[in-house]
Design a protein around this ligand. Structure first.
Ligand SMILES: NC(=O)c1ccc[n+]([C@@H]2O[C@H](COP(=O)([O-])OP(=O)(O)OC[C@H]3O[C@@H](n4cnc5c(N)ncnc54)[C@H](O)[C@@H]3O)[C@@H](O)[C@H]2O)c1
Length: 309
């Protein structure tokens, strides 16, 4: 296969898994990443790396990046609640850069632009599962920026030429995830604590409910979206809610530890439930998650210190 994919944010957690998967199937890969939360040094040597801030790119720069490109996976984004990220820098990376990319991708008739949006675009805190038929009502600047990115793909000026797909990702976990950065991964940070012999931490009563999806399932979903003939917007989540108490209990079991979790002060997630409805994803894409939470946790625990992805 002689196609080339551009992966923005390819040095990040999900990006590196996607890059490895593309390379394995013979796709040439170009990555653009500023390295601000990603790890460019962990990218495979056989991908082309451009280190730059997407917010600084001109239309011409995007044109150069899209030379010979068949599919764009647009993952680069500044995150909710990341130290040092201002609202302005978040909006210029997630909003303005996405607009410029979409414009050039439309001009070049790129086969597909796959955009990673977020559950934060919904703004919902439950209890109902989030469905793509819901009217989004983001309650954070990050969520608004992701929703803006989605809408930009449909902008009437170039929508007729742009082939796009949007995946609203839920809580993605897997080997190679960071404890710091935008998403303070409960799984990564508590496995670190358990490995260090420290009690895992649970905020509040631990009844807050999240939808965890393994990174390999997300990568498979993004690649299926790249090959989908229609412009579609789907959720990529497991479709099941897990209480944090259950997550931590399973982590303690997987690690073979005897540590007892400690409950600390609640935060805004108290009483929330953030779970995807994946009925539409399954019917339109034929995608369902393949990695069970127990298996996924085992893979994260066993990958520690092995430098996976
Ligand atoms: N991880 C999750 O649970 C989750 C959930 C919902 C949505 N998402 C979305 O998925 C995408 C990937 O997330 P991730 O978890 O891999 O995050 P990540 O932080 O690990 O990766 C993001 C990558 O983008 C790069 N980047 C950030 N701003 C940039 C800029 N201005 N210019 C160039 N590169 C820049 C970072 O250096 C990093 O390598 C993001 O768009 C995120 O909004 C992730």
């Amino acid at each position: 296969m002689n196609t080339t994919a551009l992966v923005t944010g390819g040095a990040g957690f999900i990006g590196r898994h996607l890059v490895n998967d593309l390379l394995k199937s013979g796709v040439k890969v170009r990555v653009i990443d500023s390295g601000e939360t990603g790890e460019t040094e962990r990218l495979p040597l056989d991908c082309e790396l451009v280190v730059a801030d997407i917010a600084d790119l001109s239309i011409n720069d995007w044109g150069d990046l899209l030379d010979d490109v068949d599919v764009v996976y647009h993952l680069a984004a500044r995150k909710y609640n990341t130290p040092g990220v201002t609202e302005q820098s978040l909006l210029s990376a997630n909003g303005y850069a996405t607009l410029n990319l979409a414009r050039v991708a439309a001009e070049r008739c790129i086969r597909k632009l796959v955009y990673t949006s977020s559950l934060y675009a919904y703004g919902s805190i439950g209890p109902k599962a989030m469905s793509v038929s819901d009217v989004p009502n983001p309650i954070t600047v990050y969520g608004s920026s992701k929703l803006f990115g989605e809408h930009v793909l449909k902008t009437k000026d170039f929508a007729s030429q742009l082939n796009w797909a949007v995946a609203r990702l839920f809580f993605v976990y897997g080997p190679g995830q960071f404890a710091e950065g935008g998403y303070k991964s409960v799984i990564f940070s508590n496995f670190e604590r358990i490995a260090a012999g420290e009690q895992p931490l649970i905020r509040g009563d631990g009844n807050q409910t999240l939808d965890y999806i393994f990174v390999d399932d997300v990568v498979r979903g993004l690649r299926m979206l790249a090959d989908h003939p229609e412009n579609v917007l789907v959720n990529l989540g497991s479709g099941f809610g897990l209480k944090i108490n259950t997550v931590i209990e399973k982590m303690v079991t997987v690690s073979g530890s005897q540590l007892v979790p400690v409950h600390v002060e609640p935060d805004w997630t108290a009483g929330t439930s953030r779970v995807a409805s994946i009925d539409f994803t399954t019917s339109v894409l034929g995608w369902t998650p393949e990695v069970s939470f127990d298996k996924g946790l085992e893979r994260v625990w066993n990958s520690r210190n092995r430098g996976v992805a």
